[in-house]
Design a protein around this ligand. Structure first.
Ligand SMILES: Cc1cc2nc3c(=O)[nH]c(=O)nc-3n(C[C@H](O)[C@H](O)[C@H](O)COP(=O)(O)O)c2cc1C
Length: 230
């Protein structure tokens, strides 16, 4: 329920998932945001791996078929959103190239100051508990500091975090060696992260619209003085 005044928060859940675990987290985060009255877009980013490679790995091919017709995340979605949850599987302790490529297309939005004060939160999945969940989220967050986004950690804001992997950086699922469903504790954590994002994005989005925060268009002028700086 949206019990806050003003228009509904706009929440984008943009993610990459090869075999479905991050997709399952993304759905729970989207559901949590929806429960708080947000307008939600759930969007995978574009796949970059060759179809030949994907088809050789059963779980990857199956997941790709499942989400085949869903619209992929666009730069318009980024501009539209007050709050964004980004999800990626751990890739050698780091962000998947597919999500990174999407972020790397946001240079013009950054240059125009349009990403300032976006409320951004992150989530991940890895095979093992110590396989890089925290490093992946921290690496992902580097981009958002450059945007001037407001990075929203999960923290220990709900008790479920202690049971659902205990990661205050963001909802994280340890998938193990087999592809399967999320456990209820992890789903509860992801739902909470979605609700938290929707509430904070509502407050920040409303303040932004009312001119209470930084003017996004001032940055363009700044670019003339600091050309090429990021
Ligand atoms: C190239 C590659 C690198 C990976 N690196 C790691 C890693 O560093 N640590 C880890 O625990 N899991 C690693 N994994 C496993 C995935 O992160 C894990 O299976 C995750 O749950 C996949 O999420 P998805 O089902 O949404 O694709 C890697 C997988 C691949 C294909």
């Amino acid at each position: 329920m949206n019990d806050l005044p003003g228009r509904a928060a706009r929440v984008l859940v943009a993610y990459y998932s090869a075999t479905g675990h991050v997709h399952a987290l993304a759905k729970a985060i989207a559901q949590g945001a929806d429960e708080c009255g947000a307008e939600v877009r759930l969007r995978p980013v574009e796949e970059l791996a060759p179809e030949m490679i994907i088809s050789q790995q059963q779980a990857w091919g199956r997941h790709r078929s499942e989400i085949g017709d869903e619209p992929t995340a666009t730069l318009d979605d980024l501009e539209w959103a007050d709050g964004i949850a980004f999800g990626t599987p751990t890739r050698f302790g780091n962000v998947a190239a597919q999500l990174k490529m999407f972020l790397d297309q946001a240079g013009e939005l950054w240059q125009q100051g349009k990403l300032i004060n976006k409320v951004v939160t992150a989530f991940t999945s890895s095979q093992t508990a110590h396989g890089g969940q925290e490093s992946t989220i921290l690496a992902l967050n580097n981009t958002f500091y450059h945007w001037g986004a407001i990075v929203l950690p999960l923290g220990y804001t709900v008790n479920e975090v202690f049971n659902g992997g205990g990661n205050p950086y963001g909802a994280s699922y340890t998938s193990g060696t087999r592809v399967g469903s999320l456990d209820p504790d992890t789903v509860a954590v992801a739902l909470s992260q979605g609700r938290r994002l929707a509430r904070v994005a509502h407050v920040i989005g409303t303040a932004q619209e009312r001119g209470a925060l930084d003017a996004r268009d001032r940055v363009v002028a700044g670019q003339d003085q600091v050309s090429g700086a990021t």
